[in-house]
Design a protein around this ligand. Structure first.
Ligand code: ADP
Ligand code: MG
Length: 395
């Protein structure tokens, strides 16, 4: 981040500042925000700009509208109401995104006012990173701040293109996310234990590969462990498996051996006769998974071994649940791992990935973690060693 300006480098008094935030929060049928984590995460930057006396122009997407104009189900209206409550001040929601109508709303702003543009994806030029659209957005403002870490892996007009036309800065959330994740990768306190789970090896292979270069211990759970077990020559019954990825999994096992990374795989699993919370279940050794059953969680012996390794870590990175934690019958492994991470108070503990964060929240352990990344895809791409367009554009 050394070559990127941050909002602390500037006083924005009287300036019109276009701020890309990630306000893509879940909303229920009644128009209530059901989880305002993302909105709260944007507050420090917004408050700094208000404090400076800037004229704040917020822009965000919500969901996946068609890009053919306004659609009520994807409106930022519910977000605006919640943001208003959190900021304790009125904000203006503009239907116009760019052009003379948007300009008029911006011109009416006074120092310290906050304007929210409607869902930026109502214009299909946003996702195309259309230069004219980026230019039109830039025309509304004197400076650009990107605080949307969650969309930093996308090169869209409001996340990347616009930076070409305005003095550009990283917001606090962007700065914190990038600094924390790159700090963990560049100089982890050791032993560094990485925990990977979730559904598929194919989704996570680059993350596994990258972490094998950095970690002292790599723990594997979740659906992806069965492809590793196949690579070890075991039979996994009806468990989630990716036959095409067995060879890559074998290569990862070999890479761990070469690099001296301790690779932990399950020794027992919770097997079920159906993908259902009410399924008949049995705790079985990984050498005895019945042909007609599927592993939906790591077993208690495995969970205890993982918890012990986590307890000895000086830093922990965790992505991906250990089992189908959404169903109470298969949440125990993920819970044990989450509790072990939370209990290691001396370690730096970083959680990344949408479902992993949901699991930590479900078990009410978020406060015990050092850092919870707000970006699922973006944090994975960063861990994989890929450049994020939203960050690169700020350079
Ligand atoms: P994250 O969002 O944290 O990156 P993923 O999206 O990769 O995690 O994976 C989360 C999903 O993996 C969850 O919905 C969970 O139910 C599923 N999952 C975990 N273990 C298994 C398993 N053994 N079989 C099938 N699905 C699993
Ligand atoms: Mg996920």
């Amino acid at each position: 981040m050394a070559d990127i300006k941050t909002i602390d480098d500037e006083n924005f008094a009287g300036k019109r500042v276009l701020v890309r935030v990630d306000l893509n929060a879940p909303v229920d049928g009644e128009g209530n925000v059901t989880d305002d984590t993302r909105i709260r995460a944007a507050l420090p930057t917004i408050n700094k700009l208000i404090g400076d006396g800037a004229r704040v122009i917020l822009t965000s997407h919500r969901g996946r509208p068609a890009g053919e104009g306004f659609e009520e189900p994807f409106s930022l209206g519910p977000i605006a109401r919640r943001l208003q409550e959190l900021l304790g001040r009125d904000i203006v929601l503009s239907r116009a995104l760019v052009g003379p109508d948007a300009q008029e709303v911006v011109d009416a702003l006074e120092d310290g006012d906050v304007l929210l543009l409607e869902n930026i994806r109502f214009d299909k030029r946003e996702k195309k990173n259309d230069p004219e659209f980026a230019r039109a957005l830039a025309d509304l403002a004197d400076a650009y701040v990107n605080d949307a870490f969650g969309t930093a892996h996308r090169a869209h007009a409001s996340t990347a293109g616009v930076a070409a036309y305005l003095p550009s800065y990283a917001g606090y959330l962007m700065e914190k996310e990038v600094a924390t994740l790159t700090g963990m990768l560049d100089e982890p306190r050791r032993p560094f234990v990485a925990i990977l789970g979730g559904s598929k090896v194919s989704d996570k292979i680059k993350v596994i590969d990258a972490l094998l270069d950095k970690a002292d211990t790599l723990i594997i759970g979740g659906g992806m462990c069965f492809t590793f077990l196949l690579a070890q020559g075991k039979a996994v019954g009806a468990s989630l498996k990716e036959e095409d990825w067995v060879e890559r999994a074998a290569a990862m096992i070999e890479k761990a051996r070469e690099r001296g990374v301790t690779l932990l795989l399950p020794t027992d699993v919770v097997a079920a006769d159906a993908f259902s919370n009410d399924a008949r279940t049995a705790i079985v050794s990984v050498d005895e998974i019945p042909a007609d059953m599927m592993g939906l969680d790591i077993g208690p012996e495995t969970a205890a071994a993982y918890a012990q390794a986590i307890g000895e870590a000086a830093s922990v990175f965790w992505n991906g649940p250990m089992g189908v934690f959404e169903m109470p019958s298969f949440e125990a492994g993920t819970r044990t791992v989450a509790e072990a991470v939370a209990a290691n108070e001396a370690a730096d503990t970083i959680i990344g990935g949408g479902d992993s964060v949901a699991a930590v929240n479900k078990f009410d352990l978020a406060d015990a973690m050092t850092f919870i990344s707000t970006g699922g895809g973006a944090s994975m791409e960063l861990v994989q060693g890929e450049a994020l367009p939203g960050v690169e554009a700020l350079r």
